[in-house]
Design a protein around this ligand. Structure first.
Ligand code: GAP
Length: 514
């Protein structure tokens, strides 16, 4: 764990040093849980957006995009349930004065018990070798059974108290399990209280409640209120989806772990409208699709897992997270929710407007059910960055830090390196750059030895370096060097665009999703 925390620290400092992520308003000592994306971060973020946007809208004929405003009519949030129910159960430790989410404290406690189970299994695996049967072991080993029983009991009690909003029972559970504050080590807890996570502000000059509006805590509601606008103007037939990328705001209490949990963040959400009764079929479909989207990036083996929700949100009849193995351990990266017809029905009720769809195949009108896929762009950024961050030992006691970012997502795609600053080589570099600039973000780097320049490009994840030397002038060839394998090939300049297209283009990546 300590090693993983060190990795997070290294990533944070690398991200700052190379212009990926800066603390927000740093000259004023920063603002908690807000970050700015620098010159390379903005590129990487845009590329992740493109991968998502293209996979949703270009790869699905029945999914279209939307860009709704951040401010919405205040009744939106009453209808969606956010005014009354978008709360976190919070508990304070009286000694450290630190505030925690009560459910997170319990989940972390269960994870500790789970680790004991895993330790037991790893030990047994070593002892029994090939013959080891994990399922059987889980069913029969007394220690595993005892610990699994404990987890099941805690899970059941937690679920019950959360569902019944029984905050006293939640606190008692924490006290009974003797959970202590990670900072003070004490078990001196306050009561559990509910805290609404929406930021509010005033619109216009009229004082009073009527002018209070909220910064949207999710982008989804902009999609729901535009459901009929899009369906009618786009002559969309159910099933169809609306995709949106945009900022969301939450007054997170425990905002920490870099860009993992921020107060201002970006979501990529897609609401898929389906006939009532078909929602669970589509829920499974989107689970498979989204898993495929993640794995298609080849960030590494065993980095993703599904986690079914214990406590379903007020709008869902099935929900799960795709978790990613971040430097802090497995955490939620994306949510997939079967939201029923809750949102559309609520908006019908509060607006007095009909939001139903006439289905020509069924010859009936209904309010559609909705499957939602919702991924945090910043979390996806951290997933890509942390999985790509690699330190390698090379020959001659040398080493390199390399970001093995999937090539189509890399902020700089090509580095053009004239061997020397004279003999017409920079001119050849400029000529090449003028050809490539329409398709690829590039850098021309002239300073220092080629080795040093390769290291600089490795550190920002540039997949391809092209070196121009004196031979280029005579036979029109260059050296192409590939980031991950460090292999070098002498190729004709006429082939460069073809090679780049193959290595860097979206087509290869997206084809595997089709
Ligand atoms: N519309 C559904 C919804 O908003 P959510 O699980 O609350 O569901 C969806 O959020 C995704 O948004 C999460 O899986 C996560 O990736 C991202 N997210 C949520 N809160 C965040 C925060 N404070 N900072 C960064 N990303 C966040």
């Amino acid at each position: 764990m300590e090693q993983k925390q060190d990795k997070l620290k290294e990533i944070i400092s690398h991200a700052k040093e190379y212009g990926f992520v800066f603390p927000s308003s740093e000259i004023y000592d920063g603002l908690a849980a807000t970050y700015d994306y620098g010159q390379l971060g903005a590129e990487l973020k845009n590329n992740i957006k493109q991968y998502w946007w293209k996979s949703m809208t270009q790869m699905h004929q029945n999914i279209v995009g939307l860009d709704a405003s951040i401010f919405m009519h205040p009744t939106t949030w009453k209808a969606s349930g956010h005014v009354d129910a978008f709360n976190d159960p919070l508990i304070d430790n009286k000694d450290s004065k630190k505030r925690y989410r009560a459910d997170v404290l319990l989940e972390e406690h269960m994870e500790k018990i789970n680790k004991k189970i895993i330790k037991e299994i790893t030990k047994a695996k070593k002892r029994f070798g090939e013959k080891f049967d994990e399922t059987e072991f889980r069913k029969t080993n007394p220690n595993v059974l005892r610990n699994q029983g404990k987890i099941n009991d805690i899970e059941a009690s937690m679920k019950k108290s959360l569902e019944e909003n029984d905050l006293e029972a939640l606190r008692n559970l924490i006290v009974d399990l003797e959970i202590s504050c990670p900072i003070s080590g004490s078990k001196n807890w306050t009561e559990v209280r509910q805290f609404n996570l929406m930021f509010s502000t005033e619109m216009g000059s009229v004082a009073g409640d009527a002018s209070t509006i909220y910064l949207r805590p999710e982008t989804a509601q902009g999609i729901f209120v535009n459901f009929l606008n899009v369906q009618k103007s786009g002559r969309m037939k159910i099933p169809f989806g609306i995709a949106q990328i945009g900022k969301a705001f939450r007054n997170e209490i425990i905002a920490r772990q870099f860009i993992f949990r921020m107060r201002e963040f970006e979501q990529m959400e897609m609401q898929f409208f389906v006939p009532p009764g078909e929602e669970l079929k589509w829920y499974d479909y989107w689970k498979t699709q989204r898993e495929k989207w993640h794995k298609n990036l080849n960030l590494g083996e065993d980095l993703h897992r599904f986690h079914d929700h214990i406590k379903l949100a007020h709008y869902a009849n099935a929900a799960c997270d795709i978790e990613f193995d971040f430097p802090m351990g497995f955490k939620e990266l994306e949510g997939i929710h079967s939201r029923t017809d809750f949102d559309l029905k609520q908006h019908e009720k509060h607006s007095g407007k009909k939001l139903s769809y006439f289905d020509p195949e069924r010859n009936e009108s209904y309010v559609p059910y909705v499957i939602e896929t919702s991924i945090g762009l910043d979390r996806m950024f951290l997933a890509v960055l942390s999985a790509s961050f690699t330190k390698e030992n090379l020959e001659n006691n040398a080493s390199r830090t390399v970001l093995k970012i999937p090539a189509p997502l890399a902020p700089v795609k090509v580095a053009i390196l004239p061997l020397v600053k004279k003999d017409g080589l920079p001119e050849v570099a400029n000529e090449l750059a003028n050809k490539l600039k329409f398709d690829y973000n590039f850098q021309i780097d002239i300073k220092d030895s080629i080795g040093k320049r390769y290291r600089r490009q490795d550190a920002i994840g540039t997949p391809i370096c092209i070196t121009i030397d004196h031979q280029t002038k005579t036979d029109h060839t260059v050296t192409i060097r590939f980031r991950d394998s460090m292999k070098q090939e002498r190729v004709s300049m006429d082939h460069i665009e073809m090679i780049l297209n193959e290595q860097l283009g979206w087509k290869n990546l997206l084809t595997k999703l089709a």
